[in-house]
Design a protein around this ligand. Structure first.
Ligand SMILES: [Fe+2]
Ligand SMILES: [Fe+2]
Length: 170
């Protein structure tokens, strides 16, 4: 992958991460439930960390961090406002999972391409860390959706009582 292509791909993630910061902060303010609102605020903070990291990677690769246009509409198939305008918390979180899934898929694709090109392991590690964080976000959103009917938070005491599948025999 040439440098121009790498910078263009990184700037797409930079834009997505910054959009996610705005998105989750707006959701945090809109949600009444204090536990969910605080969680969204924390996720927004992690997305800011991702944007800062990608910004460093762009600069380190000789580029300028640049926010490209609307990155969410192509993922959602419609403007984000349509999803956030008149939706309940579960629908909002399901939309978030869809966006996180796109981020994870695209991080994975970029990591694989850079791996086969023998890129700097530190760059790959940063992208891998972002990818895992996005899975953490999706997992939390999914558990919150499950807990919404009876507001079963905090989640960990409930999860600790869960039935876990037996590990397969080796
Ligand atoms: Fe992120
Ligand atoms: Fe995320």
């Amino acid at each position: 992958m040439d440098q121009e292509e790498l910078l263009s791909r990184l700037n797409w993630f930079y834009s997505l991460e910054l959009t996610q910061v705005d998105n989750y902060l707006a959701q945090s303010r809109a949600v009444d439930d204090p536990y969910v609102a605080t969680g969204l605020e924390r996720v927004a903070s992690m997305e800011k960390g991702h944007a800062d990291k990608i910004s460093d990677l762009v600069i380190g690769s000789g580029g300028q961090p640049t926010r490209v246009g609307d990155v969410l509409s192509p993922i959602l198939g419609a403007a984000l406002g349509k999803f956030l305008g008149a939706t309940d918390v579960a629908t909002m979180l399901k939309t978030n999972i869809k966006i996180e899934a796109k981020a994870v898929t695209d991080y994975q694709k970029l990591i694989r391409e850079l791996e086969s090109d023998g890129y700097d392991p530190a760059l790959l590690k940063s992208l891998q860390q972002n990818l895992v964080d996005e899975d953490l976000h999706s997992s939390w959103f999914a558990q919150v959706i499950n807990g919404l009917p009876d507001r079963s938070w905090p989640l960990s005491p409930v999860l600790a009582q869960g039935d876990w599948p037996e590990p397969p025999l080796k």
